[in-house]
Ligand binder design. Structure first.
Ligand code: DWN
Length: 394
């Protein structure tokens, strides 16, 4: 029987990190974004991966510290790790601009970050950062130079790495006997619930369920012992792993509770993905209708937060510069550029201009933070358009 079942075709997509210097460039790279369900491991992934060097390079635009919500979440987590695990060393895989790892100045703190522009930022402030991809070779080098590590943390990164077996085995190798690995990534259950199909793009090779994580880590030496549900990035799982050989750490009952809940929801059956596929195609129709109606009434629409996620929505729904005049964003590396594939200008964030009454919420995952910031806009009748959980004007 076929192990991989395709359930959604989102069409042609560009590299989400490829913020363009000019409109309509020659030879923009596109790939087919299709989603598959692996029957044996229950993993959900892209059908075909994009070569890592095309995505993670010295031009990487995203800055994890760009949102107050995330900065605070990382500070709180750092404090909790210090109290709960008392590590003498910590390593972050995918350390971005150091928003998390900078909170561990009193112990050995290391980063792994293949985007050289980002690794430079953390190396500059004295956090030893390996500007390479996370592989067996990197793990061996780190252990040779620093010894085994007590806590390894990785947020929004493991779902970006293609070879999961090598990844988890290398983590197990790097951890000290009592060591803990903490993974944080968007939750598949939340993606299905919110119809947030924009969590799928070139970088997000996988969106994990707990069931799939349990299956794919079998044989790697690691086992899940705790799980926390997070509100960040539209709903994420923080999953705690220990070495299977470590008898000191007990396995929390939340692990089996999560697995049972997922099975009840139907996460391990193709039916739920076929339903999701239908919902996504409906979502596309409804979102296009909203934009077309507003345009018929000669409304000007802007985008708020030129997220990587929004690239999936814009390219899937063909929402280009005819529909969206420009995006506002706070990230310096995106300002003055154009969105990949749809070529919409990105302008430096300032107050939403008075002639704008509609803004597409590219950063819907920061809705609370944004709505707080845009009180005045909302007060004067300004509206947001969001496709999550279903297309509507808010
Ligand atoms: O996994 C990933 C996540 C964590 O970060 C990566 N693969 C790439 C990136 O994805 P994203 O672009 O979808 O992430 P964010 O964090 O949702 O991006 C938010 C964007 O919105 C940033 O460009 C900053 C911008 N923003 C803004 O302009 N004003 C955000 C807020 C909160 C604001 O008030």
């Amino acid at each position: 029987m076929k192990n991989k079942i395709q359930f959604l075709n989102l069409g042609k997509h560009p590299i989400t990190n490829n913020f363009l210097n000019k409109k309509n460039p020659k030879n923009e790279y596109f790939y087919n974004l299709k989603l598959i369900f692996h029957k044996s491991s229950k993993l959900v992934s892209l059908a075909k991966f994009v070569p890592p060097k095309k995505m993670f390079n010295e031009k990487y635009a995203h800055r994890a510290s760009a949102s107050k919500t995330m900065s605070l979440a990382y500070l709180n987590l750092a404090e909790s790790i210090k109290t709960r695990f008392k590590p003498k060393s910590i390593l972050e895989i995918g350390s971005n601009d150091g928003v998390f790892i900078k909170h561990f100045k009193k112990i050995k703190n290391l980063g792994v970050e293949p985007c050289k522009n980002l690794a430079k930022i953390t190396n500059k402030v004295g956090i030893k950062t390996y500007d390479e991809f996370w592989t067996n070779k990197t793990a061996k080098k780190i252990v040779r130079q620093n010894g085994k590590i007590d806590v390894i943390y990785s947020a929004n990164t493991i779902s970006h790495i293609h070879n999961l077996n090598e990844t988890f085995k290398a983590i197990n190798y790097t951890l000290s006997d009592n060591g803990v690995f903490i993974l944080e990534d968007p939750s598949l259950v939340e993606v299905l619930k919110n119809k947030s199909y924009d969590q799928f793009y070139d970088e997000h090779s996988y969106v994990f369920s707990i069931s799939a994580l349990k299956n794919i880590t079998k044989g790697t030496g690691l086992i899940i012992f705790d799980i926390e549900k997070l509100k960040t990035h539209g709903g994420s799982n923080r999953v705690y792993f220990k070495k299977i050989s470590n008898k000191k750490i007990r396995i929390s009952k939340v692990v089996s509770e999560n697995l049972i809940k997922e099975t009840k929801l139907g996460i391990n059956n193709i039916k739920i993905y076929n339903k999701f596929s239908k919902e996504v195609r409906n979502s596309k129709k409804r979102l296009i209708k909203i934009f077309k109606n507003l345009k018929k009434n000669k409304e000007k629409i802007i985008g708020y937060g030129a997220t990587y996620k929004s690239s999936t929505v814009l390219n899937f729904c063909n929402l280009d510069n005819k529909y969206i005049d420009y995006f506002l964003d706070t990230t310096p590396t995106k300002i003055g550029k154009f969105t990949p594939g749809t070529h919409i200008p990105i302008l430096k964030y300032k107050k939403i201009p008075d002639d704008i009454n509609y803004a597409f919420l590219g950063a819907w995952n920061f809705k609370d933070e944004i709505f707080k910031k845009e009180k005045q806009y909302i007060k004067r009748g300004g509206k947001f358009i969001s496709h999550v959980p279903s297309p509507k004007i808010i």
